[in-house]
Design a binder for this molecule. Structure first.
Ligand code: FDA
Length: 385
């Protein structure tokens, strides 16, 4: 381990961006350690062997950004298709576009409304609860969009996501519920959007493909930790509480269970993602991966679907979304103090900072981290040596 200038723990987008920049721009020799048997963190995808359909192994990953630096950086490793994400939701046997837009509102109330009429109707229904007095998530949601839309599109889905009745969830979990008073049903508003033409894993592999980067899979940092020279900077993107051996307590996460199936049909649902809003349907959504790449030559008689279920994570589950209760925030504060005292270890990425990051955010924060922290750190050490 003596021959490396930097050790990066984790090969997700944060870790790989740091490794790539350190190797190509700073001339550093980088060792990337990855606990799993593949690179790429949660953005990893693979071809389902019997159909060749690309499956996002840890849930659907849609790339979108308005950050030109991130877009140009990503385009060094992959081209993107023109895919634009659109989502539908099934409620009470009917289908509506999401997020809630004029099309959703007109379909739900069963009549044509102009934007001003729809706005006035929602405002009138939202008056039932005074926003400042909302004592729980249900009341807050009603104060934002009114009871009918809340009951149809938020209550059941939220209940399934949190496995908790929305009347028992904190009002602060939502600050806004976006409603668009146009028929625009694009899911994202960003300047750039698309899916990597040759898949996520090809993109991620190209990032790691540099003569000064060594990637070790199936290698847990904590097994090697005693052998890591004290003088070698470590960029740690694993769970923050795990790094400190949970000494301040465990940070709460939600996890997802995925159930994948190959079906003998060329098209199961006619869309890449359909949400299920009813509380009595156990899954939150179904992904059908062929629809992410209509340009590909996939089989016409088979398809791959993945049902998604949400629940609280135990220590051995994959942590996906921070729960972020007041208790979590106070634990986080204590870990942050400890992290700040580590002289040669930097914490980054979604697990290392306990925050949900989209891919473009993980890349952006890694680029900034290299500029503002790693480069000066390596320069100072070089000067010292
Ligand atoms: P990430 O979790 O990807 O990588 C961390 C890596 O560290 C993992 O590979 C892990 O195995 C490794 N590791 C941890 N501990 C270790 C140890 N002790 N030793 C060695 N290795 C260790 N974003 C987006 O832009 N569009 C989208 O549609 C989605 N969709 C989406 C769905 C779901 C279900 C989730 C959970 C997330 C998304 N994302 C997303 C977010 C996206 O997955 C996220 O931005 C990136 O995973 C962040 O990359 P990181 O490198 O921070 O973490």
């Amino acid at each position: 381990l003596d021959s490396f200038d930097v050790i990066v723990v984790g090969s997700g987008f944060f870790g790989l961006t740091v490794a790539e920049q350190a190797a190509s721009r700073l001339g550093a020799r980088v060792l990337v350690l990855e606990r799993r048997g593949h690179l790429g963190g949660n953005a990893y995808s693979e071809r389902e062997p019997t159909t060749g359909i690309e499956v996002h192994a840890y849930g659907a990953h849609l790339f979108h950004t308005s950050n030109t630096r991130v877009w140009e950086y990503a385009n060094r490793f992959t081209t993107f298709t023109g895919y634009q994400h659109r989502v539908y939701t099934v409620v009470g046997g009917r289908v509506f576009p999401m997020p809630i837009n004029l099309g959703t509102i007109c379909a739900y109330f069963g009549r044509h409304m102009r934007p001003d009429e729809a706005r006035a109707l929602v405002a009138e229904q939202a008056r039932e609860v005074e926003r400042a007095e909302a004592a729980n998530l249900e009341q807050k949601a009603i104060s934002l969009i009114g009871r009918p839309l809340y009951e149809a599109f938020v209550r059941g889905y939220t209940h399934k996501q949190w496995q908790t009745d929305p009347t028992e969830l904190a009002a602060e979990i939502i600050t806004r519920l976006p409603v668009r008073y146009t028929f625009d049903n694009r899911y994202f508003n960003d300047t750039y959007e698309g899916l990597p033409t040759d898949g996520y894993t090809t993109w991620l592999r190209r990032m790691a493909d540099h003569p000064r980067i060594e990637l070790r899979l199936n290698t847990d940092y904590f097994d090697l930790r005693p052998a890591v020279p004290e003088s070698t900077p470590v960029v740690y993107t694993g769970p923050l509480d795990r790094y400190f051996d949970y000494c301040e307590g465990e940070l709460g996460w939600r996890t997802l269970d995925f159930e994948q199936e190959v079906l003998e049909t060329g098209d199961f649902q006619g869309a890449p993602v359909i949400n299920y809003g009813d509380a009595d349907v156990p899954w939150t959504r179904i992904h059908e991966f062929r629809h992410f790449h209509p340009e590909r030559d996939y089989p016409t008689d088979r398809t791959v679907i993945m049902r998604e279920y949400s629940r609280c994570a135990g220590r051995d589950d994959e942590p996906y979304y921070p729960v972020n209760t007041p208790c979590d925030r106070s634990i986080l504060e204590r870990y942050r103090k400890r992290a700040a005292q580590e002289r040669n270890v930097f914490f980054g990425g979604r697990l290392g900072t306990y925050q949900y990051l989209d891919m473009h955010m993980a890349i952006a924060s890694a680029l900034t981290f290299v500029d503002n922290q790693l480069e000066p750190h390596l320069r100072d050490r070089g000067a010292a040596a």
